[in-house]
Every structure is written in structure tokens, then in C-alpha cells.
Write a protein that binds this ligand. Structure first.
Ligand code: UD1
Length: 292
């Protein structure tokens, strides 16, 4: 973990050397990465440079300083277009875009490193769709530019920054025609990391193991809009649009492995996710920026 006041770049080995030479770390939770699918298609080298090179450097310095416990942020994107749902950790993996490929490659790299040097203990956490905000309403997501993801977009419509939500796809074979995802509250996601860290320290033969972090419940785009309208008391105007290329119909997690082996289970439902996201949005309509 980066020390509070310090910033650095994983691609700069000297930054890592400076950090690891100052402090003895027992483990690393590695969240740093770019995650916009469209941007990765337009500029794959940026994704390979940042996500791959940065992580490879991190493994190198961790090995040098004999810190060999890692919790890595992977993504449900490694399931691609899943043939079956719920997604189970031992499904065949597939990437559909350069961003997804960086997550898939980094999972493979982790497995190779651990196989070659069995003293490593690595947990790969496959996040489903993280949403919501800290309960205080003071910490939340603040994407730059027009949001790509559903919830930040809904939030900006609710505070009047955007006029309406484009609903991508209303002819999916689902209960209301819109696509289904497994949304998970960021506070549950955070707890999942603590559980993973605990597992690393208590399980000598963990090797390199992947766990889904999801709720196991699927929610459609239209259901999410309705839940946010209820939580915020705001009307979210929608426009029904064609499907977004590359989107899967329905994705949700099998939660059994995380429940059984990490002793972790998501506590919050869509109602709390929307409540906390609205609390953040209504207190900070322009995110961390001052109102323009
Ligand atoms: C996306 C990425 C995934 C990444 C995750 C990061 C794709 C194909 N997948 O997941 O790899 O790990 O973000 O959080 O981009 N939607 C609308 N209107 C909008 C925005 C989204 O209808 O303005 C719909 C989408 O079509 C989709 C659902 O909402 O059906 C969720 O979309 P999004 O929040 O972008 O997440 P994913 O696509 O599931």
C-alpha cells in the first residue's frame, strides 16, 4: 500500500524501490489499473503499459523484498460472454477487449509466478459491478468526462448534469428486455479484500486462487433505474437505445466459493447501493470538483 502522503507510478521502478526500501510490507493489495473498455480499444498500448508493466514491476520488487502475499483486483470481465450463469470460478476464461485481456493476462501471470515460486500466496478477486459509495457520503466515484458505466451515469442525470439515460438494449431475452448484472456495494467489496487478506495469512497452501466478489443476484438496467428513482425521489428520464456492442445479456456471480472459503458474503442489496450512491451524489453533485 502506498503511504498516505506519497504518490508514485508502478511503471517507475525507482518509485517502487524507494517505497519498499523504506518499509517492510507483509502483503500488497493491488488496485491500480485503468478500466475503461472503450478507451482500451482505442489505445491498447496505454492499457498494456499501465496495467501489465506496472503489475510486472510490482511483482519484481515484491520478490526482491521478500513480500510474497498479493491480493489482486481482477474482474468478471475475464468470463467474457459466459455460456452459463451464475459464473463459477473454474469456468473457461475469455477476454473481449484489450482491458479484459490485461486482467486475463495478469491472472495468468499470477498463476505462472506462483507455480514457479510456490512460496507466493496470491488471491485474484473477480469484481462484478461495483456501485454505491461510502456511507458517510464523502467518498465516492467521480469519473472524468461522460461516464461509461451505468450508475455514475444515472447519478449525473439525477443531479441534472446529464439530460437522460441511454438504456442500451431493450430486446434482450430477460424479464424486462434490459441487460442483467450483479451489482455489488463498494463497502461489501472492501470487506471482501479484508477477508482475502486474512485468508492469505492463514492458509499456507492457498497458492494462486480466484474468488468472485458479487452478490449472486442479477438486476436489470430498468430495475436499477427504478431503484435509484425510489432512493433519490428524482425522475430519471430514459431513452431506449440499441444494444451496446460486446455487452452480455446476463452476468451474475456464483458466491459459494467466497462464502465457503473466505467466510465473506455481501450484506447490502440494491436499495442500500442506491441510497449511498444518492447520498454521495446529492452532497457532491460535481464529485470532487468545485461547481463550474
Ligand atoms: C463494464 C465493463 C467491464 C468492467 C466494468 C468496470 C463492458 C462490456 N464491460 O461492465 O469489463 O470491468 O464495466 O466497472 O464495458 N448501460 C446503459 N446505459 C449506460 C451505461 C450502461 O444502459 O449509459 C448498461 C450496459 O449496457 C450494461 C449495464 O448497463 O447492460 C451495465 O453497464 P456498465 O456499468 O458499463 O458495466 P458492464 O458493462 O457490466
Amino acid at each position: 500500500m502506498w503511504c498516505q502522503s506519497e504518490t508514485g507510478d508502478l511503471r517507475n521502478k525507482q518509485d517502487l524501490e524507494d517505497l519498499f526500501s523504506q518499509t517492510d510490507f507483509d502483503a500488497v493489495i493491488h488496485f491500480a489499473g485503468l478500466k475503461a473498455v472503450g478507451e482500451s480499444v482505442a489505445n491498447p498500448r496505454r492499457y498494456f503499459d499501465n496495467n501489465l508493466i506496472g503489475t510486472i514491476n510490482l511483482y519484481e520488487i515484491m520478490a526482491k523484498y521478500n513480500c510474497k502475499k498479493m491480493v489482486f483486483s481482477s474482474s468478471a470481465t475475464v468470463y467474457g460472454q459466459p455460456e452459463k450463469i451464475p459464473c463459477v470460478e473454474d469456468f473457461q476464461l475469455m477476454a473481449m477487449n484489450p482491458y479484459g485481456r490485461t486482467k486475463l493476462f495478469l491472472e495468468e501471470i499470477a498463476r505462472d509466478i506462483q507455480k514457479a515460486e510456490p512460496e507466493w500466496r496470491i488471491i485474484l478477486l473477480r469484481y462484478f459491478n461495483p456501485v454505491g459509495a461510502h456511507e458517510s457520503g464523502r467518498i465516492g466515484e467521480d469519473p472524468k468526462g461522460i461516464p461509461n458505466n451505468l450508475m455514475p451515469y444515472i447519478q449525473q442525470v439525477a443531479v441534472g448534469r446529464l439530460p437522460e439515460l441511454n438504456v442500451y438494449g431493450h430486446d434482450y431475452p430477460t424479464r424486462d428486455g434490459s441487460a442483467i448484472r450483479d451489482y455489488i456495494h463498494v463497502m461489501d467489496l472492501a470487506d471482501g479484500h479484508i477477508a482475502a487478506l486474512r485468508k492469505l495469512f492463514t492458509t499456507e497452501d492457498i497458492g494462486c486462487t480466484a474468488y468472485n466478489l458479487g452478490t449472486g443476484c442479477g438486476t436489470s438496467v430498468l430495475e436499477m433505474v427504478a431503484a435509484f428513482e425510489k432512493a433519490s425521489g428524482k425522475k430519471i428520464p430514459i431513452k431506449l437505445c440499441p444494444r451496446r456492442p460486446g455487452d452480455a445479456t446476463e452476468v451474475f456471480a456464483s458466491t459459494e466459493k467466497a462464502e465457503n472459503e473466505l467466510g465473506w458474503k455481501a450484506k447490502y442489496g440494491v436499495e442500500e447501493m442506491c441510497r449511498d450512491q444518492w447520498n454521495w451524489a446529492s452532497n457532491n453533485p460535481w464529485g470532487y470538483q468545485p461547481e463550474p
